[in-house]
Write a new protein. Structure first.
Length: 447
């Protein structure tokens, strides 16, 4: 087939250039399989070499962050900002502070972000950034000093109409506040250059809840499409951070039975389902506790199991909300053997390629993060709009808008993901729907 050689040629070109970047190549491979045939059927896309251009970042910024900690010692970290594609709007995507951060991880996240942002229908390009700085065990003062030094380098590359970073792993409201304060002092401008800000200085209601709530709104749309309900379904959730906890909260509000939460050290299991009060307590306390799940177990909210993931627990719905490649082929088999019929990603690329392939082969509902966890960036886009107009919308209005955006993303995925019979390939649908929007914007603007 003609498109197969085209796929091989483009993927080989990328593999040769970026041989060591496994996460980036994994993300590109997954998308290429779906978009190359669409490109081949469209003369403009081929003429403008859209597929190759969409895979390559427009700009990668690398900088060293040399800073003095509160003890007067010099520390040196690495910082990056990958500005992947701006055809549809300012670069938009989070900042991640974690010792595992490297260029491959950030390129994969920036690439995925372009597709995710395109699906929201809001005018946003895609980017991602961060540092190998580890904030765990650090004092507030050290975190502030690092954030200020990081922003001193980053600030020359961002702006409300250029690149609007947000938070991600280990970059929450506190870090965004320190980053924003330094940007404002250096540039003498109050503008919507970061999202996830405090409500007192240009932040938005519902931003904290948006990714987790949006995931459940997408699940609700899936259930509606299949003439069923969340009510009564057993739901396994991985993760114990913002996304996992808010997804668990909204799922219980909708009548779902959330039986697990997890972290890198183990698993909290409650066979009867975590109640609303327990999840609210976790949301209020997780930032200040070393292991919130173990604390919950000690307070009779469930059983703690060391070094286990949730995927061996029987469930109807699995929501991986922790980190990339957390759900392997073996985990996928365990879920299928236990009767799981829906997998929706709350994290970015939490399922390995082999796990994804197995779900699609077995024709269960599998929804990639670029569709199901787009609620966070959708609310960030709404925050940008509020900043541009110097206003602040009410929480219930924003929640309705979030619900509407997630429902429309579902419709786009269904429209492009229909296969023979009634099966919806949500991964294919999300990739193609986003690709068409990106490609049309790029063609319209020329080379």
């Amino acid at each position: 087939m003609a498109h197969q050689s085209n796929f091989d040629e483009i993927y080989s070109f990328l593999k040769e250039k970026f041989e060591g970047e496994s996460e980036y190549l994994q993300a590109v491979h997954e998308v290429l399989e779906d978009i190359v045939p669409i490109s081949n059927a469209h003369d403009d896309y081929k003429a403008f070499d859209i597929v190759r251009r969409i895979c390559l970042p427009e700009r990668v910024i690398y900088f060293t962050v040399s800073w003095m900690n509160s003890k007067g010692e010099i520390e040196v970290n690495q910082g990056w900002r990958v500005q992947h594609n701006s055809a549809m709007g300012p670069y938009k995507g989070g900042l991640r502070f974690h010792p595992t951060v490297n260029l491959s991880v950030l390129k994969f996240l920036a690439f995925e972000q372009c597709f995710k942002n395109a699906l929201t229908g809001l005018p946003m390009g895609g980017g991602k950034g961060g540092s190998d700085f580890n904030p765990k065990g650090r004092t507030d003062r050290d975190i502030m000093l690092f954030c200020q030094s990081f922003m001193r380098e980053l600030q020359r590359h961002i702006g409300a109409n250029t690149d609007v970073p947000a938070g991600d792993i280990n970059v929450g409201a506190r870090e965004i506040g320190y980053l924003y304060g330094e940007y404002r002092r250096l540039n003498n401008r109050f503008e919507g250059v970061l999202t996830g800000k405090g409500l007192e200085f240009g932040g938005s209601y519902v931003r904290t809840e948006a990714t987790g709530f949006g995931l459940i709104y997408f699940l609700e749309a899936v259930c509606k499409h299949q003439d069923t309900y969340i009510d009564g379904k057993t739901i396994a959730v991985s993760g114990a951070g913002n996304v996992a906890l808010h997804a668990a909260l909204k799922a219980t509000e909708k009548g779902g039975k959330v039986v697990t939460l997890s972290n890198s050290r183990g698993l909290l299991h409650n066979e009867k389902g975590l109640n609303h009060t327990a999840i609210k307590w976790a949301i209020e306390n997780h930032a200040s506790r070393n292991n919130i799940l173990k604390d919950m177990a000690e307070n009779d909210m469930g059983d703690w199991i060391d070094n286990k993931k949730p995927w061996h627990i029987a469930c109807d719905v699995a929501l991986p909300c922790a980190t990339q490649n957390e759900l392997t082929e073996d985990d996928a088999r365990a879920l299928l053997d236990n009767g799981c019929s829906m997998v929706l990603e709350g994290a970015n690329m939490p399922c390995t390629n082999k796990a994804q392939a197995l779900f699609i082969e077995e024709k269960i509902t599998y929804v990639p993060g670029k569709a199901s966890n787009a609620g966070g960036v959708a609310l960030s886009g709404l925050e940008m709009g509020q900043n541009a107009m110097f206003n602040q919308r009410e929480a219930d209005v924003l929640d309705e808008q979030l619900y509407s955006i997630m429902t429309s993303i579902h419709e786009r995925c269904v429209s492009e993901g229909k296969t023979e019979g009634d099966f919806i390939n949500y991964m294919k649908g999300a990739n193609i729907a986003a690709f068409r929007r990106l490609a049309d914007a790029m063609v319209a603007q020329g080379v």
